[in-house]
Design a protein. Structure first.
Length: 248
């Protein structure tokens, strides 16, 4: 299986395993089946509704209203992939079952713009029974379809030790006091990377990665006091969450 190493802003490489074509197709097939099932249910409900109304009800205003309702019922299918990936951190139901996730080429969570661009190009990918997508994935070095190439995204396997984290959010107590005030010099992308490194270190029981990252952050933020690398990274994430909320 192809793997890709992505350099981070801390000069530490994160390794991800790219999802192969068959795994991606499996996830797509599940999503497609879900969409078809939804359409069948909606169509059946509409037929039942029409059958229960007399022909006298089929006036022009009634038909206009019915058409509007039909369009609204079909919107979830149109927005399925976009909303799923936005709300499920780069996954749809199919991707979750197949064990894949969309990430940015930088290793972080894709931006809304990247998700949107990826979704807009999807019709071109599925044209002629997914032929453009298949050709692009076979030719691309990173198994990217057209939407991935345009948006700068990758699809990776999630069932690996270096899986991207779901969120950098930490629930804090009301009495929480930040320890490192200048943590806001770091970016949201840095926080995503720190959370990924923290999760990877724990899963692999390899804390040298956390230690190297901690050293980089201490140097960048001019922090002289020592704290265990894992605890230090947790504190950095918590402080960033707290101070970001206060700033907003």
């Amino acid at each position: 299986m192809d793997k890709i190493k992505i350099p981070t802003s801390f000069n530490i490489e994160l390794e991800f395993e790219l999802a192969d074509v068959m795994r991606r197709f499996f996830g797509w097939f599940i999503d497609f089946a879900i969409q078809i099932a939804y359409l069948m249910i909606v169509s059946q409900l509409l037929e039942t509704y029409l059958a229960s109304n007399s022909s006298a009800d089929n006036s022009l205003p009634f038909m206009y209203n019915l058409t509007s309702v039909e369009l609204l019922l079909y919107v979830p299918v149109l927005l399925y992939h976009l909303m799923s990936e936005l709300l499920m951190n780069g996954q749809s139901i199919g991707k979750k079952i197949a064990g894949t996730r969309v990430i940015s080429e930088s290793g972080s969570r894709p931006s809304v713009y990247q998700f949107l661009l990826r979704w807009l190009i999807r019709p071109f990918d599925v044209f002629f029974f997914l032929l453009p997508a298949l050709i692009a994935m076979l030719v691309s070095k990173k198994t990217q379809r057209l939407g991935d190439l345009a948006a700068g995204t990758l699809v990776i396997k999630t069932r690996v030790s270096s899986s991207i984290s779901n969120t950098v959010f930490f629930e804090l107590e009301e009495s929480y006091q930040p320890r490192y005030i200048n943590v806001l010099k770091l970016s949201d992308r840095d926080m995503n990377i720190i959370k990924t490194i923290l999760d990877t270190s724990r899963k692999q029981s390899n804390y040298s990665l956390a230690e190297r990252t901690s050293d980089k952050i201490r140097t960048a933020l001019n922090i002289t006091e020592y704290q265990h690398p894992v605890e230090f990274l947790e504190t950095i994430l918590k402080d960033y969450n707290y101070l970001s909320i206060q700033r907003s």
